[in-house]
Design a protein around this ligand. Structure first.
Ligand SMILES: O=c1ccn([C@@H]2O[C@H](COP(=O)(O)OP(=O)(O)O[C@H]3O[C@H](CO)[C@@H](O)[C@H](O)[C@H]3O)[C@@H](O)[C@H]2O)c(=O)[nH]1
Ligand SMILES: [Mn+2]
Length: 546
């Protein structure tokens, strides 16, 4: 009985699209033909004309590149019922990494809403471990997480009993209507009350910037901040707030809770911290001595889980008997909830999310876009693909020699120091790559070049919802970072054409190039919008008269 865990479907209307593309191609040829055969005689008009020709050649080239992914987009569908039938609850352990960097721009109360949403996945709690990396090294964030560890005892059973969506309490209470059933309403109001009180305490602590002494005595972790540390200069901090292996760590209905860990890697002014990539690499190591799960998922702190089945969806790929062993990572799109339908800067990324990522999936694998992504731990640690590779799915379930929690924390801290990576391959061959503003894309490219495939999944109910840029200033900053980052990959030794040569297909290289050449694309665009208008003023015509 052959039954695959996922299916791959072609987009409908391919033939129509291809016909359209052919007509566009003919149009491009005609434009270029006209340009070449109508070059004006010497004079001012000639230079402008040749410039137009150069711009049009570039646009033609760029258009051809985009066809690599637009030609054959695909959609992936998963069969979670088959996964359930085949594996039941015998599923692999999963580690979830949440990254935050600054309690001012990323308020702790929102960070923990994300944390709670991923703790509440429809997945066996004893197999889940959630790690929060705090690059702000802030007692406020730690305090918020401690509050979350307590609130989770009520939130998780509530989510599971009523099977609610989404499971970020902030998002849920802001969009859900009061339940009608009186009994449910009572519980709903109780949880809502707890949540609001907690958020108030966290927000007022964030306002005052201090944690009252009567709270500090509740957990030994607060003592880490006794010595007046700053966000840029502090010792490594690892605090296991909930130890999933502890039989007493249970929710209000005596179910086990997911493991919950706070980490602030060591920061010293004289050592580069490598931003998010540095945080992710520290998380990979710290988690290896605590849960060491074979699958790692990571999200930005402003992206809550909106779909409680995302882990199971992702596992349908990894656990598929026929093709799962080739898949290195599973990428979900970045969706935002703060966009208007006609966002003038196109920040809802519709073309990327609904077309390009589907297209590049069909030619070797979607890019790693930094958040909402499931990886095999082994591939993040530099492993090459081999046909006979067998994943160790039991990894992380065999409890280590019953080490006490303090010992584990000490061991984990020693892996999160500034000096740990010196003279190692971390940031290069191992872990996420350093030195690039889009650490995610370059890391994904390296993974593809090591022989792995990746898949893109965009389920009807969005898996993750975050906060995207909306103003012009934010948009420019975001585009600058992405276009500059991808262009610097193009100019580096990781240029998809050279680095990927012989390792990934030509069409896959072209897919990467769409983003690599996004920045230089601006120059011919500027030329094309400015010069013809100036020409009009001077009476130089650059387009045929109608
Ligand atoms: O030193 C740092 C800097 C950032 N972050 C975290 O990294 C994430 C992304 O940073 P952000 O400033 O929000 O950058 P964006 O431009 O919004 O990020 C987008 O682009 C990045 C680069 O492509 C990807 O890594 C992100 O996942 C993607 O959301 C956030 O959770 C931050 O808290 C850290 O942990 N440490
Ligand atoms: Mn962001």
């Amino acid at each position: 009985m052959e039954s695959r865990l996922f299916a791959t479907e072609k987009f409908g209307g391919r033939a129509v699209y291809r016909f359209h593309a052919v007509t566009v191609f003919l149009g491009i040829c005609l434009v270029l033909y006209y340009r070449v055969t109508h070059v004006p005689g010497s004079g001012a008009g000639r230079a402008a004309w040749l410039g137009m020709l150069a711009a049009e050649l570039w646009f033609a080239f760029y258009w051809v590149i985009t066809q690599s992914v637009r030609w054959s987009p695909i959609r992936r569908r998963t069969f979670k019922d088959r996964l359930a039938a085949r594996y039941g609850e015998r599923l692999p352990c999963v580690d979830i990494f949440v990254c935050t960097a600054d309690p001012k721009s990323e308020p702790p109360s929102l960070v923990i809403a994300t944390v709670l949403s991923v703790m509440a996945y429809n997945y066996p709690s004893e197999k889940l471990s959630v790690y929060l990396s705090d690059d702000g090294g802030s007692i406020l964030t730690f305090y918020a997480l401690w509050e979350a560890s307590t609130f989770a005892k009520h939130w998780l059973p509530f989510c599971k009993r009523y099977n609610i969506q989404p499971r970020s309490p902030a998002a849920y209470f802001s969009e859900s209507d009061k339940p009608h059933d009186l009994h449910v309403l009572k519980e709903w109001s109780f949880i809502k009350g707890l949540y609001e009180e907690m958020t108030e305490r966290i927000d007022s602590a964030a306002m005052s910037g201090e944690i009252p002494e009567q709270i500090r005595v509740n957990h030994k972790g607060f003592a880490e901040w006794n010595t007046g540390i700053t966000s840029k200069d502090h010792q490594p901090i690892v605090q296991i707030l909930i130890d999933g292996k502890d039989k007493n760590a249970v929710d209000s209905e005596a179910n086990v809770l997911p493991t919950l860990v706070y980490m602030a890697r060591e920061k010293r002014p004289q050592y580069p911290h490598n931003f998010k990539a540095g945080a992710m690499n520290a998380l990979i190591r710290v988690s290896s001595v605590i849960s060491n799960s074979p699958i790692i998922m990571n999200v930005d702190c402003d992206m809550y889980s909106n779909n409680s089945d995302s882990i199971r969806d992702a596992l349908c790929f990894f656990l598929d008997e026929a093709n799962g062993h080739k898949i290195g990572f599973v990428q979900y799109p970045q969706n935002y909830n703060n966009m208007t339908k006609n966002n003038i800067y196109g920040n809802s990324l519709n073309v990327i999310n609904q077309m390009e990522l589907n297209g590049i999936d069909s030619v070797g694998g979607t890019l790693y876009i930094g958040t909402g992504c499931f990886h095999r731990r082994e591939i993040l640690c530099g492993r090459w693909f081999t046909q006979d590779y067998k994943e160790d799915w039991d990894r992380g379930t065999r409890g280590k020699t019953q080490q006490c929690i303090d010992q584990t924390e000490e061991e984990a801290k020693s892996l999160a120091t500034c000096t740990y990576e010196q003279n190692t391959q971390w940031g290069n061959e191992i872990g996420l790559k350093y030195g690039c503003p889009v650490e995610d894309v370059i890391t994904g490219l390296a993974i593809h070049c090591r022989g792995w495939k990746s898949v893109y999944i965009n389920p009807p109910r969005a898996a993750f919802i975050g906060v995207g840029p909306t103003t012009l200033a934010q948009t420019i900053l975001q585009h600058k970072r992405w276009s500059e980052g991808n262009f610097s990959i193009f100019l580096s030794k990781y240029c998809p054409f050279f680095f990927g040569h012989g390792k990934i297909t030509l069409r896959h290289q072209m897919g990467y190039l769409i983003y690599g050449l996004w920045a230089p694309n601006s120059l011919p665009t500027l030329y094309y919008v400015i010069i013809p208008s100036l020409g009009l003023l001077k009476g130089t015509l650059l387009f045929p008269e109608v």
